[in-house]
Write a protein that binds this ligand. Structure first.
Ligand code: EPU
Length: 360
């Protein structure tokens, strides 16, 4: 159903010449195809956002302007436990381009609606490396800064230049640098004060020159050893990362999931000593600030959860940190399983695991 009323007041062009286009509104939309877990839920109202101007049209809209909003990217980091009454803004801003070629970096820009992996593959193909360790992470470009995606020693924040966002109260477009985004481990201001307040429309990435591969992760060291190749090209690192991820993480296109379900908990050296005393095998990493990150997947595995299920929600056989939809799971089953895992990990290690995806 198209809502033509929003086309009434033409807006200044924002470079997309979309000023006179109508807002694309749909009612009672199934969100099952729009969340990688494949959980059933519906949006009462869904608005497709292809530009900054579309966001401003929502802000100015007599009915939707003041209504609470839910921002949906690729749906790769949400657990939907019920229908959504808020106005769902489905972010579909397109585009990929090289903004600037500097002696020290390539700056590339991508629309928030682009697939993250497509952007990674495109930059590698263009000869602008730097994102290869972040290959195959499901989701969209706009979602990447929200949880500061990371893998194999690289986080979004390490390649971040700036982003454009539109304020959902004032309708104003702003460019935000890293300081304001407050990136942390799977965290940013977009999960806190800017949640449901700012719609990210474009992200700019800084790919440093000369390229320096990040190969410190055990899985990558193993590949170098196996292939005898200690000086891989960006394309080779990209291919290795894709192979490593395919071997241990389920493809959301065939098995619904939201990536790692819990964050790796960070503890003090005292807490860690206590846990190691009881479980000397526990996988842990020393962080630069003296604290210690524990491998949540190892702890869940040690509690015997790998391959277990609650209804149609299960723990992935090859990576205990990933919860999967065995076919017809509902959000409540996923959360029952998640709580049971939290309880058993707490019972054995005294650690409270925190879910990584947003639970709705
Ligand atoms: N482990 C087990 N059993 C398991 C799972 C893991 O013993 O069932 C052990 C592994 O053998 C390894 C350690 O735990 O020694 C850590 O496992 P892994 O290297 O697979 O990484 P992770 O800590 O489980 C994190 C990220 C992933 C990212 C990988 C690689 C988080 C929450 N997850 O997983 O990110 O791909 O490192 O960098 O930080 C995501 O966020 O969705 C995601 C997939």
């Amino acid at each position: 159903m198209n809502d033509q009323s929003a086309a009434a007041a033409p807006r200044p062009a924002d470079g997309t010449a979309a000023g006179v286009r109508a807002l694309r509104v749909e009612s009672n939309v199934s969100l099952k195809p729009y969340n990688t877990f494949g959980l059933p839920a519906a949006a009462e109202t869904l608005v497709r956002i292809a530009s900054d101007a579309d966001v401003r049209r929502v802000v100015d809209h007599p009915q939707y302007g003041r209504a609470p909003k839910f921002i949906l990217g690729g749906g790769s980091n949400v657990v939907l436990t019920h229908d959504i009454r808020q106005v769902v803004l489905k972010i579909e801003v397109p585009g990929m381009r090289l903004v600037e070629e500097r002696p020290d970096a390539w700056i590339v820009e991508a629309g928030a609606g682009e697939s993250w992996h497509d952007v990674v593959a495109w930059t590698i193909a263009q000869g602008w490396p730097g994102l290869e360790n972040l290959a195959l992470i499901p989701g969209t470009v706009g979602a990447a800064p929200v949880q500061n995606i990371g893998a194999y020693g690289v986080e979004l924040k390490d390649r971040f230049e700036s982003l454009d966002a539109v304020d959902l109260v004032t309708g104003r477009s702003v460019t935000l640098r890293a300081g304001i985004c407050a990136f942390g481990y799977r965290d940013s201001e977009f999960k806190h004060s800017l949640a449901s307040r700012s719609v990210i429309t474009r992200v700019r990435l800084r790919l440093p020159r000369p390229w320096q591969p990040v190969l410190g992760y055990l899985d990558l060291e193993r590949r170098m050893h196996e292939t005898g190749n200690t000086h891989p090209t960006p394309q080779q690192v990209f291919d290795w990362i894709c192979a490593i991820r395919r071997a241990k993480l389920p493809d959301p296109a065939t098995i619904g999931n939201a990536g790692s379900f819990f964050k790796n908990p960070v503890v003090t050296p005292e807490q860690c000593r206590d846990i190691i005393g009881r479980d000397p095998e526990i996988v842990h990493y020393n962080l630069p600030d003296g604290s210690i990150k524990l491998a949540a997947g190892w702890m869940i595995d040690a509690c015997g959860w790998k391959g277990k299920s609650v209804g149609q929600a299960g723990v992935y056989e090859r990576q205990a940190l990933v919860l999967v939809n065995r076919g017809a799971a509902i959000g409540a089953e996923v959360m029952t399983l998640a709580r049971a895992i939290q309880e058993s990990v707490y019972g054995r290690f005294g650690i409270r695991l925190e879910p990584e995806p947003v639970v709705v």
